[in-house]
Write a protein that binds this ligand. Sequence first.
Ligand SMILES: *Cc1c(COP(=O)(O)O)cnc(C)c1O
Length: 240
Amino acid sequence: MQGSDFSEAVRGATNAGGGFAQRLAAVESRIQAACEAAGRAREQVQLLAVSKFFPAEALAEAHAHGLRSFGESYIQEFAEKAAAVRQLAGVRVHLIGHLQSNKSRRAAELFDCIHTVDSLKLLRRLDEQRGELGLSPLEIFLEVKLSSEESKQGAAPAEVPELVAAARQAKNLQLRGLMTMPPLADAAEEARPYFRQLREMAEREGLQELSMGMSDDLEVAIAEGATMVRVGTALFGRRQ
Ligand SMILES: *Cc1c(COP(=O)(O)O)cnc(C)c1O
């Protein structure tokens, strides 16, 4: 078998509930195929393993298979796993869930990178608090809201230049790029216009990194320039 036949077969195995190694191989082959199709090098796309709702043991298993970057959505949930997860050598933990300003101190303490910075107030608090903690600069992505869906968090596109300028001035933050969540859709293709808009916005702002693409639409995201795909279900299985 070759090419897409192969990934279809591996995806079939994934759905049948194979082990972590099989699911990782399937995700890896999808990322490789998408990079190849887009004429991009595999090294240009980082895999963030989204481990929310899975116990520390699941992260340890992923770590044993070589994964080092994990995405978590809830501060309280990760706080409970942190002691175990921080024993794993070289682990980097990213907050990808919405962050309320009143929880910023805990987030500044627990995470290496935050993908959901979406207001000046939050940005300034994280900068100040990371400084007070005496830790290395906190990596951040600015989350941009590109759809009109009520439920989606993120800064309005018009606010992005001001946020970028503030992030660049912040002593205790390191701005990596932009992040977005397209609206829920039946088909991955529907996410393409949002991914493209995010890339164009990053180009205008001189930013290199794009956190976009999940289990169902990572190919489209990579085609549109994603540098970090956030993959949960395809790696760990369905969340309870
Ligand atoms: C849960 C989550 C993901 C992973 O979604 P899957 O469809 O399980 O891959 C990615 N990004 C964010 C912001 C999430 O909350």
